[in-house]
Design a protein around this ligand. Structure first.
Ligand code: ZN
Ligand code: ZN
Ligand code: ZN
Ligand code: ZN
Length: 357
């Protein structure tokens, strides 16, 4: 851990560097700084005259790496009937997909993997024999249990004896017995079952007397389907996006700064945070930066948050180290009074300047 306070370049140095960079980039300083009667020279545009204020700030810089990683799931076989097949979303890949543009799930059902096979439950017939009637369509009557019910009145004799009153010539009254067919069973000796009409069997209520039922597994189709669910084939993708967080407004320079620091990171000196969990805090930063403010704390927290978010997504990582750079903001003016800002990022030993009139 460095205890040496990182030193920013002084405003004169920044101003001169910016002037050099501006001339290299063909910014017409002459147009903004030439005064009547005087010969134009870069040396005559001094910080003392044109830098109106100097402000200290801090930026955090890191690279967010996006690397498309394929799903690590193993392939799974899914099975179903024709209805499941119709409900399923299938995919077909003629080439690899671009993960950053992919909207679907990472593991999908493959169209070209669909296979048809005979339903094992019904052996491909689509129907299974009714287990209640064993395919006979009729079952034993539950009322008579299939046996005939004997007539109780005649004890299954079919006959009954009745008494008839008779008076003879001497006026004697007597009863004589007479055998008649049983009035309950009409002589048939048995009572007909109300449920089966005496047949002893009734239609099977389980299969509606069909003898078989539609196979539930294949919905009566006799066939089932299986297919493969496996990861989407993703193209190898990798890109590094520079991210800049600042304690002050950067006048729209974020993109340019990010790209330039990314390309010239070895030329910019800052505080390198190689262990963000232990170093993204005041205890580590303050000794090197020389101060610590609410604004610095805010960007430090934002960086911690991005770090944690990136750790939750397997495709994103924050590249180590994360850098914290001193930022000097020069509030400048042209000879004609037009205001603009010049930024210096880094230490006096290594810094980059930015600024546009
Ligand atoms: Zn079946
Ligand atoms: Zn009877
Ligand atoms: Zn019956
Ligand atoms: Zn049945």
């Amino acid at each position: 851990m460095s205890q040496i306070i990182i030193k920013s370049p002084n405003p004169d140095v920044i101003w001169n560097s910016w002037k050099q960079k501006a001339s290299r980039r063909n910014i017409k300083l002459e147009k903004h700084y030439k005064t009547k009667g005087a010969v134009f020279s870069l040396d005559n545009i001094t910080a003392a005259e044109y830098v109106k204020a100097v402000n200290k700030a801090v930026i955090v810089f890191y690279e967010e790496i996006y690397e498309a990683k394929p799903s690590s799931t193993n392939k799974v076989i899914k099975k179903g009937n024709v209805r499941s097949l119709q409900k399923e979303q299938f995919y077909e890949f003629k080439t690899v997909a671009v993960k950053s543009e992919w909207k679907g799930p990472e593991d999908v059902s493959y169209l070209n993997s669909i296979q048809q096979y005979s339903c094992t439950t019904c052996n491909g017939s689509g129907a299974i024999t009714c287990s209640k009637c064993n395919g006979r369509k009729m079952i034993t009557c539950s009322n008579c249990k299939g046996t005939t019910v004997g007539c109780k009145t005649c004890k299954s004799t079919g006959k009954t004896t009745i008494k008839i009153s008779v008076i003879d010539q001497q006026n004697n009254k007597m009863n004589v017995e007479q055998t008649v067919p049983c009035p309950s069973c009409s002589g048939s000796k048995r009572i007909e079952c109300y449920k089966c009409g005496g047949v002893g069997k009734v239609p099977c209520d389980s299969c509606q007397a069909e003898g078989s039922k539609r196979c539930k597994d294949c919905s009566g189709h006799g066939v089932l389907f299986k297919w493969v669910v496996q990861p989407v084939p993703f193209k190898a993708e990798r890109n590094a996006t520079p991210v800049i967080l600042s304690t002050t407004k950067l006048s729209g320079f974020e993109k340019e700064m990010g790209a330039e620091i990314q390309n010239a990171i070895e030329r910019v000196e800052g505080i390198a945070l190689r262990d963000p969990y232990n170093e993204l805090n005041q205890r580590f930063i303050e000794p090197s930066l020389g101060y610590y403010s609410k604004e610095v704390d805010k960007i430090v927290h934002e960086t911690q948050k991005s770090w944690r978010n990136a750790e939750k997504n397997k495709d994103y990582t924050v590249k180590k180290p994360v850098y914290l750079f001193p930022l000097i903001v020069l509030d400048c003016e042209t000879a004609k009074g037009k205001k603009f800002q010049v930024f210096s990022i880094g230490s006096e030993r290594g810094y980059l300047v930015f600024g546009k009139i």
